[in-house]
Write a protein that binds this ligand. Structure first.
Ligand code: NAD
Length: 302
């Protein structure tokens, strides 16, 4: 067990005053990490603020013999959160972008305010905290970033167009951080959890909540934060005692020899959407270019 310790590592966990973030902060601290417990102390929909949520978690960590400091800034002021880590512990090794709110409403009734509020906390907040931490990680030649998406951010959900859009954006954000961080040993992964929390109480049945404690999610997050984590750019979906990895699949597709019209598309649509033989699991942004260029290259008139 000693080899999985996080002694001397400094971790920022945003939204760590409640729910999953609290569990991550407590678990990382139990492994020896020094933790910046960030929490604005807002409601599930983002209203209000209070220092008591972050203070209570810091207190729990200290009571258990760990090290932690509270920060009450909103994640949109990411530089202040990172400054707390630097002022208190002199470095930052781990960032877990976890803070979140919901403004669920059907798209027809979604206001710009509902969209903007969810954007600010999930996406802009993750950008601001990570952007402020990045130079410190580069200087140290070490970093671990875990962005928290949601299963609905991977697959969509009725009444959550704002939340799903931001959670899906965090996946793309993570994939690019993984590429840009590779040279400096900065690894970024994204996790879609299922777990009981103040937030999930608003959308899950009591049976689901009972079956889905936050503790196993915290263990997987700690693995991704560890020096020995082999992965960067991974998309993981997990809950209870189940842990899985998710990837994109591309069908073999159809090469129309001499261009196509709408009737051709209709005639071949089933084949275009067929994930059987010849389908691929692309991992690079330009990986389809060869297919897209192939038909042109074969034509004698170029
Ligand atoms: P939660 O409501 O219990 O905790 C979220 C915390 O974030 C709260 O303590 C809140 O005060 C804090 N917060 C909100 N806005 C903030 C801001 N601007 N700055 C700093 N802190 C802020 O929710 P949770 O279920 O623990 O969710 C944690 C994360 O996990 C969220 O990103 C959520 O979208 C994601 N998630 C949770 C589940 C689940 O099953 N619980 C599923 C998928 C994704």
């Amino acid at each position: 067990m000693a080899s999985w310790r996080l002694d001397d590592k400094v971790a920022i966990v945003t939204g760590a005053g409640n729910g999953l973030g609290k569990e991550y902060a407590l678990y990382l601290a139990s492994l020896g990490a020094k933790v910046v417990v960030n929490d604005l102390g807002s409601s599930t929909t983002g209203s209000g603020s209070s220092s008591s949520a972050a203070d209570a978690v810091v207190n729990d960590i200290k009571q258990a013999g760990g090290e932690a400091v509270a920060n009450y800034d909103s994640v949109v002021e990411g530089e202040k959160i990172v400054q707390t880590a630097i002022n208190t512990y002199g470095r930052v090794d781990i960032v877990i972008n976890n803070a979140g709110i919901l403004r669920d409403v059907s798209f027809k009734r979604m206001s710009e305010k509902d969209w903007e509020a969810v954007y600010q906390v999930h996406l802009k907040g993750a950008f601001k905290v990570t952007r402020a931490a990045w130079p410190h990680m580069e200087t140290n030649g070490y970093g671990r970033i875990v962005n928290i998406t949601s299963p609905v951010g991977l697959y969509g959900n009725f009444g959550q167009a704002n939340y799903v859009a931001m959670k899906r954006a965090l996946v793309g954000f993570t994939l690019t951080l993984a590429l840009e961080g590779a040279k400096k040993q900065i690894k970024a992964n994204v996790v879609a959890p299922y777990a009981a929390s103040r937030m999930s109480k608003t959308v899950m049945s009591s049976e689901m909540l009972e079956a889905l404690p936050a503790a196993p999610v915290a263990k997987f997050i700690a693995f991704l934060c560890h020096e020995k984590c082999p992965e960067s750019g991974g998309i993981f979906e997990l809950g209870g005692n189940w842990v899985s990895k998710v990837r994109l699949q591309r069908s073999r597709g159809v090469q129309f020899r001499d261009g196509f019209d709408l009737e051709d598309i209709s005639a071949h649509f089933k084949e275009i959407c067929d994930f059987g033989e010849g389908s691929e699991f692309p991992t690079e942004g330009m990986s389809g270019m060869g297919h897209a260029m192939a038909a042109r290259q074969k034509r004698p008139d170029g």
